[in-house]
Write a protein that binds this ligand. Structure first.
Ligand code: BG6
Length: 488
């Protein structure tokens, strides 16, 4: 008898499952990537039937997916959806789950457990899986995907790691960061290590500074209960922004294997200079959009930051002295994520130009979203002048080369990797703890009564002016490298 695969999603009735997980799984199925015998079991508290789950899944796909539904494929797919009503804290619910799985699987099976629940339930679920023997690898592999946030500081991340490791081996744990599943984020390593033109100049001798922006126009989106407790640093920096920094700054891994890549990322985080508690105001700015305190569900007088800008330095041979500026916020002017690598100006100006004339620095911009691609800005001579120059942009857009719909949802890739046992786009425990170690002093300073002030910014702006000042002090400006925004 062949071995089937069970995908068990905890929190199936929640937002993430509806918006991302089910649409991704169905698209994988439509594309023929989810082969063989499989079943999807949704576990949540509501008193749903299998049919209710199918209806919810279908409406999630219709609402959030941007592909066409193949009705024959949907028919077959929906036959493989099962619902289990239970309580994450109740062992008996897990015993019933085990029985249900044994019945559906009808033989040996691989199992991917996906924790798409609020973090308070992570330990309960894993402990109950352990107690009911469901992660023992007697009939095939058992893997557990854990959503973020993974802890809220170093202490809580360590204790979460300790607790789940009592039940699971590290290689069974897949801590997810959906940014790593984004096509354009995966392309950072391809750009750097599948080409020879970048690597020779990818260091402090040629690079002046690096700017990483992840800007959002959305605000709380019914997530006040979660967001107001965490704020932008825990929500975006601990995972997404520090991952982007690692991909830009890491040394070439020896191979594409998960641990070779993850070792290099860990080395970068170890080399980042820690910002001392009493110097947080010099290196970081926190902001809150005007009107945030009046949002439904936030604490009275909440000081939660919805915007942050942080300057890091990496103390190693490659990056000594090069500032890395990271910023992210909600209710900003545009949704856009990009990484601008600004190169140094030419050391000598040999052209007949006025003394005050300055070349614009070359920039290489990795455009992560929405204008996916790469822009390279360089100087060219203005025709019919003696030596005047102007910056021009060499642009590569995914849509021009691969078509409008070329870029898949990040979750498709990550789910598939989880099923194939490839952990390279998931985070390891040491990486997670190191990221918290870097951010803890910043969060503690901000949360202390006499910490650096919270700057208020206009919704629809680019954030507080204090974030401009952070760069201004180093004689830089935040740059835009993608889209139709000449940055000069
Ligand atoms: C999530 C955060 O991890 O990333 C959200 O919890 C944020 O607050 C989202 O909106 C942004 O992701 P994307 O893919 O839209 O850039």
């Amino acid at each position: 008898m062949s071995t089937s695969t069970s995908i068990i999603i905890f929190g199936i009735s929640g937002d993430l499952a509806q918006r991302k997980l089910i649409p991704a799984l169905f698209n994988l199925y439509q594309k023929g990537r989810l082969n063989g015998d499989f079943q999807i079991i949704g576990f949540a508290g509501r008193a749903w039937s299998d049919e209710d789950l199918c209806n919810a899944a279908r409406s999630g796909i219709e609402k959030y997916a941007d592909y066409k539904i193949d009705e024959t494929a949907w028919h077959k797919f929906s036959d493989r959806l099962f619902y289990h009503a239970g309580n994450f804290q109740d062992e008996a619910s897990f015993q019933r789950l085990a029985l249900m799985l044994a019945q559906i699987e009808n033989g040996s099976a691989y199992r991917l457990f996906y924790l798409a629940t609020p973090p308070d339930f992570f330990t309960h679920i894993i402990t109950n899986l352990g107690k009911t023997g469901q992660v023992e690898e007697n009939g095939g592999w058992r893997r557990v995907v854990i959503e973020k946030p993974f802890g809220t500081d170093l202490e809580s991340a360590r204790s979460l790691n300790r607790e789940i490791r009592q039940v699971l081996r590290e290689d069974q744990i897949y801590r997810i960061d959906h940014y790593l599943g984004k096509e354009t984020v995966q392309n950072i390593m391809i750009a750097r290590f599948a080409n020879t033109i970048f690597e020779p100049v990818w260091n402090r001798n040629y690079i002046d500074n690096v700017q990483i922006t992840v800007a959002e126009t959305v605000g709380l989106e019914q997530r006040a209960g979660y967001y107001d407790k965490v704020g932008v640093v825990r929500d975006m920096f601990q995972n997404h922004l520090l991952q982007l920094l690692s991909l830009i700054a890491m040394e070439p891994p020896a191979s594409h294997k998960a641990d070779d890549q993850r070792d290099e990322k860990v080395k970068v985080l170890k080399a980042i200079r820690k910002i001392p508690f009493d110097q947080v105001g010099l290196h970081a700015v926190r902001g809150q959009y005007q009107g945030y305190q009046a949002e439904e569900g936030v604490a009275p007088n909440t000081q939660t930051a919805t915007y942050a800008a942080i300057r890091f330095y990496i103390d190693n041979w490659r990056w000594q002295g090069v500032p890395f500026y990271l910023r992210s916020g909600k209710r900003l002017k545009e949704k856009m994520s990009e990484i601008v690598v600004q190169f140094k100006r030419p050391p000598h100006r040999m052209f007949p130009l006025p003394d005050e004339y300055e070349f614009t620095s070359n920039t290489l911009t990795l455009c992560l979203q929405p204008d996916e691609g790469i822009h390279l800005k360089f100087e060219t001579k203005v025709p019919d002048t003696s030596a005047d120059t102007r910056s021009v942009d060499l642009e590569y857009h995914y849509r021009d080369v691969f078509g409008e719909k070329a870029i898949p949802e990040a979750y498709e890739r990550l789910l598939l990797d989880g099923l194939h046992g490839d952990a390279s786009l998931f985070t390891r425990s040491d990486r997670n703890e190191l990221a918290w170690e870097l951010l803890d002093p910043i969060l503690s300073a901000w949360e202390s009564p006499d910490g650096p002030p919270l700057a208020i910014y206009e919704p629809g702006s680019w954030g507080p002016t204090e974030a401009e000042a952070l760069l201004d002090r180093d004689s830089y400006k935040w740059m835009r490298g993608c889209g139709n925004h000449p940055s000069k």
